[in-house]
Design a protein. Structure first.
Length: 170
């Protein structure tokens, strides 16, 4: 983020300015090519190519706009991620054009391993039941990150449902 961006993102009096936690998320800003792996069955994952465009909002939030074509169907998704200084944790949401469900997550960033882990009880589109979703987003380097998503259903039995490998466009 440039100095002029930082100046325009100064917080009003009494509102915490963006901190180190927010800076971690701002590393996602840009355009990313995405190798998508969907684990829809025990066999080999279904592969697809996607793109994600991530923008910053006020230095506090990132908004991701994701697109992929899967089985001849274009799917669009949106994510919002930020750091909540009251909860002392990261918060995020996801929704897409493939389901009518809104997903909410909370989590922590492991600085040592560069991994943001988020969890939330969300609706499983296959069963309609609330199940635990867990995501792990590894910040490999400035131009690569990996997102893995797991679902725990039934309780105690976690299954990986997707893996996205992001490469920043130059």
């Amino acid at each position: 983020m440039s100095d002029s961006d930082r100046e325009s993102n100064d917080a009003p009096t009494g509102v915490p300015a963006p901190g180190a936690e927010h800076e971690r998320l701002l590393r996602k800003v840009g355009v990313w090519d995405v190798d998508c792996y969907y684990h829809m069955s025990p066999e080999e994952p279904v592969r697809a190519q996607g793109v994600e465009r991530v923008e910053a909002v006020g230095g506090y939030w990132t908004i991701g706009r994701f697109e992929v074509e899967l089985h001849g169907r274009r799917i669009e998704g949106r994510s919002v991620t930020g750091y909540d200084p009251v909860k002392l944790g990261f918060i995020g949401s996801w929704f897409d054009s493939a389901t009518p469900f809104f997903y909410y997550f909370e989590g922590q960033f492991d600085d040592e391993n560069g991994v943001l882990t988020m969890e939330g009880d969300n609706t499983d589109p296959m069963s309609g039941n609330l199940v635990l979703y867990r995501s792990e987003e590894e910040f490999v380097d400035e131009d690569h990150r990996v997102l893995s998503l797991f679902v725990e259903s039934p309780p105690g039995n976690e299954t990986q449902i997707l893996r996205y490998e992001f490469t920043r466009r130059k």
